[in-house]
Design a protein around this ligand. Structure first.
Ligand SMILES: NC(=O)c1ccc[n+]([C@@H]2O[C@H](COP(=O)([O-])OP(=O)(O)OC[C@H]3O[C@@H](n4cnc5c(N)ncnc54)[C@H](OP(=O)(O)O)[C@@H]3O)[C@@H](O)[C@H]2O)c1
Length: 263
């Protein structure tokens, strides 16, 4: 299958790398304005990298839009005259709505995706929504492409601010909490590198436990907390320090900002 990319920065490259490594036979055609970057991508993946976005449109009907949100409108305007009803765009640009993209391109089909940084290690979380013209077959293809670099979920576009706050910004929030736990463990006498290894592996293991045993977080907490034990002592503190209010305000602030940026 031929797949196009407009923009081969951090996210674009991560997706190209995942598709290249997957079992699917993808032929990739990319457009990159940064000449040095274009050379690097061409060398690393042995793919065609063009200067003009229209060259990608002429090579394939399925195109990832992986430029920064502030560059997206210019890219869409440049391509608009050459877009046909069969072109399917998969946009990962944060905050750019389907209605907004449709107002520029007029023809073609659009899927909007909110991926996250874990795409770089093929453990991403991609949430997508689609325009009316996207067919069931298009959707199947999009899910199989997105599945190459993590888990995939379809949700209505109205949920995208909450999605952005949870899985889009989530890696930073989890990393912040992890850093606080590591700092506290250092105060208890651990070396930072040891504490970091323990925290990282514990976060990874906790995620795996929840996923593979289909557990609710509370079930896992109950399983680890024996009465009057160490976990219970820590949990009592966590519950008494208004952590839930702070986390709720954090997610609300990120969702509010996402809404503002979409306007
Ligand atoms: N990073 C994340 O965690 C994350 C998460 C979710 C969604 N996203 C979305 O992913 C998108 C890409 O982010 P990124 O971090 O990969 O950005 P990035 O590293 O800046 O990559 C974008 C690339 O596209 C190039 N470009 C700009 N205009 C172009 C054009 N007209 N034609 C072809 N190439 C063009 C840029 O070149 P120049 O540098 O020369 O401009 C750059 O190399 C963004 O829209 C962002 O909202 C990112």
């Amino acid at each position: 299958m031929k797949v196009g990319f407009i923009g081969t920065g951090k996210m674009g490259e991560a997706i190209i790398a995942a598709l290249t490594a997957s079992r699917g036979t993808y032929r990739i055609f990319a457009c990159e304005v940064d000449a040095e970057r274009a050379k690097t991508i061409k060398r690393r993946y042995a793919i065609n990298v063009y200067k003009r976005s229209v060259s990608v449109l002429e090579s394939t009907n399925i195109i990832f839009l992986a430029v920064k949100p502030q560059d997206l409108d210019a890219v869409l305007k440049e391509m608009a005259p050459s877009i046909t009803k069969d072109h399917l765009f998969i946009s990962i640009a944060a905050g750019k709505t389907i209605a907004h993209m449709n107002s520029i391109i007029r023809k073609g089909k659009v899927v909007r995706v909110m991926p996250n940084l874990a795409t770089l290690v093929s453990e991403g979380m991609s949430v997508f929504c689609k325009s009316k013209r996207v067919t069931a077959q298009d959707k199947k293809m999009v899910v199989s492409l997105l599945s190459c670099f993590g888990k995939v979920l379809e949700l209505p576009e109205a949920r995208f601010d909450a999605v952005t706050a949870l899985s889009g910004s989530g890696p930073a929030f989890f990393a912040y909490l992890m850093d606080l736990m590591v700092n506290a463990a250092v105060e208890e006498g651990l070396e930072r590198k040891d504490a970091l290894l323990m925290a990282e592996q514990t976060m990874l293991g906790t995620s795996k436990l929840l996923i593979e045993n289909n557990l609710d977080p509370q079930e896992l907490i109950d399983a680890v907390s024996s009465p009057k034990g160490t976990t219970a002592a820590g949990m009592t503190r966590l519950k008494n320090q208004e952590v839930s209010k702070i986390i709720s305000r954090t997610i609300k602030a990120a969702a509010k900002r996402s809404k503002e940026l979409s306007k």
